[in-house]
Design a protein. Structure first.
Length: 175
């Protein structure tokens, strides 16, 4: 990897997996469910590889650990569609649709315990899951460098995790 060429930096990336969520609990205002957040060590639809060790270090970063402890690691409904880098690294509570409560790792698969928020966006997500049988997809929003190896693979380098946003079409394919 030392001979890899720096290609640039990523600000947001669709890289979740769409699967039917396993509902753990339900109230009138929220649901809590288990879902796959991401796969590591596998080329995604965007041609990028996220090493599992890198993903795990992101989950263990002080930024993410603090938000998990304070129940404030929420994700938005879709990635922000703005060009302003300051907006891309900031979470907008008005657009929050879920909170990641905890995470776990099973090999190269990273799972999350997720709860919908008790606001309009969260209720929309809850209704789509319960009433429309929505298959959820999550996508990491983060920033950091990417490099191309001599073999042509694009590998993400150490980066900062911002959020797992709820997305319509993540780049990892569950098939």
């Amino acid at each position: 990897m030392n001979n890899a060429k720096l290609l640039g930096y990523i600000m947001g990336e669709n890289l979740g997996i769409q699967v039917k969520p396993k509902i753990i609990s339900k109230t009138d205002k929220t649901i809590t469910f288990d879902a796959v957040l991401q796969e590591g060590n596998k080329k995604n639809r965007n041609g990028r590889i996220y090493p599992s060790v890198l993903i795990e270090s992101g989950f263990n970063s002080p930024f993410v650990r603090e938000r998990l402890i304070t129940n404030s690691w929420f994700g938005e409904a879709e990635h922000p569609m703005e060009d302003d880098p300051k907006r891309l690294v900031r979470l907008d509570r008005a657009n929050a649709c879920h909170i990641v409560r905890s995470w776990s790792r099973d090999g190269d698969t990273f799972n999350g315990r997720v709860q919908t928020t008790a606001n309009t966006r969260g209720r929309e997500l809850m209704d789509m899951i319960l009433e429309n049988d929505l298959i959820t997809g999550f996508s990491l929003r983060g920033f950091g460098p990417v490099k191309k190896t001599n073999e042509g693979d694009i590998v993400v380098q150490p980066f900062r995790m911002i959020a797992y946003d709820g997305v319509t079409h993540p780049s990892h394919n569950p098939a």
